[in-house]
Design a protein around this ligand. Structure first.
Ligand code: KG4
Ligand code: ZN
Length: 338
């Protein structure tokens, strides 16, 4: 079965061809970082306009770039939500137009579930339950996965998402957008123990997160320094900030896995690309006897492979039916069983 995935929920226009939900034949991602970097964040109106300009070319490259024709596609999977409404509409309209033109069924899939499943989709025999951590620009959610499509949200951020904290700190430090990779690069030159930043809600016994106190602490620290702040001091601040985010994410996820008796952990979303986070999860897994399933770095940030693969798994299990008309859902929650 050949699936075309289309993803336009935020500021990446992405298309991919995946065979049988596991084998990636093409993966094209057009980032809009150049467009939004000077604003320090995504400008929704500009994002949707750029999607309109490039989607035709991106989808064509994903299909024709591997010598395939539209007639060979068996299913189209498109991100239905959550995301920016103007951006989602472009991907969904394009998917529906292709569906009509070539008579291909189309399914709408959840972007968060795509992130959650990004390390698991190419593994034929996953043993559930798995504790999943979604860490992206807009979301920080801890999910107990009892099976495919059987999820319980056990924790979430009370304020900023982890990626949002990286983006805001980068903006405060004048580094640019997206902040995650830029803060992380600077942090490599710094001492992660130079400044003891707060660990949001770590002492709290529940599995929720908070990053806005940390963000404010970084702001005050930056203000209290003598300006211009020397680069090595900036690096210490970046490293200490990253250390705080990673420490909380890893400790709380491990604690949740232990609390619910879950033997494996997976992560997904843009922040899952962070090298320190990946290392710490692997170390914690070894220490506590937990299996750690990490997605390929290019499948952490927004992409259409996860969307295509998820569309395949849903349609082959009959858990999602093809639709004539797909409704855009900017606030779509992750489906839960309880
Ligand atoms: O999943 P994603 O591509 O888009 C959303 O669905 O939000 O995540 C983007 C987020 C941004 O906040 C970006 O700063 C963050 O992921 N990010 C990182 C890294 N790469 C991307 N955060 C920390 N370290 C990274 N290496
Ligand atoms: Zn995302």
């Amino acid at each position: 079965m050949i699936i075309l995935g289309i993803e336009t929920s935020c500021d990446e226009t992405a298309a991919a061809i995946v065979r049988d939900g596991r084998e990636t034949l093409s993966n094209i991602v057009a980032s809009q970082d150049d467009l939004h970097s000077k604003y320090g964040g995504v400008v929704p109106e500009l994002a949707s306009r750029r999607h309109v300009e490039v989607i035709d070319e991106i989808v064509s490259r994903a299909v024709k770039g591997i010598g395939m024709s539209f007639g060979e596609i068996d299913l189209i999977a498109v991100t239905q939500g959550p995301g920016l409404s103007g951006s989602l509409i472009i991907g969904v309209s394009f998917a529906q137009a292709l569906s009509l033109r070539y008579n291909i069924p189309v399914v709408g899939v959840n972007h968060l579930e795509g992130h959650l499943m990004s390390a698991l989709i190419d593994k034929p025999s996953i043993k559930y339950p798995v504790m999943g951590l979604i860490v992206s620009g807009g979301h920080t959610i801890l999910v107990k996965m009892d099976d495919f499509n059987h999820y319980t949200v056990v924790g979430r951020t009370m304020d900023d998402a982890a990626g949002e904290a990286f983006d805001k700190v980068a903006m405060m430090m004048g580094l640019g957008y997206p902040g995650g990779p830029l803060v992380s690069k600077l942090a490599k030159k710094g001492n992660p123990h130079a400044i003891k930043f707060p660990r949001g809600m770590l002492r709290n016994r529940n599995f929720d997160f908070s990053f806005s106190g940390l963000k404010t602490a970084v702001l005050y620290k930056l203000k209290s320094e003598t300006h211009p702040i020397p680069e090595n001091r900036q690096a210490d601040i970046a490293a200490s900030f990253e250390e705080s985010v990673v420490d909380v994410l890893v400790k709380k996820t491990v604690r949740a896995a232990q609390n619910y008796g879950v033997p494996a952990i997976t992560i997904g979303g843009g922040v899952a690309r962070n090298q320190l986070l990946r290392q710490r999860f692997e170390q914690a897994g070894k220490k506590h006897g937990l299996q750690v399933l990490l997605p390929e770095p290019q499948l952490c940030t927004d992409n259409a492979v996860m969307i295509a693969a998820l569309g395949y798994h849903h349609s082959s299990q009959g858990s999602l039916s093809t639709q004539k008309s797909i409704e855009v859902k900017p606030n779509m929650p992750l489906s839960q069983i309880n």
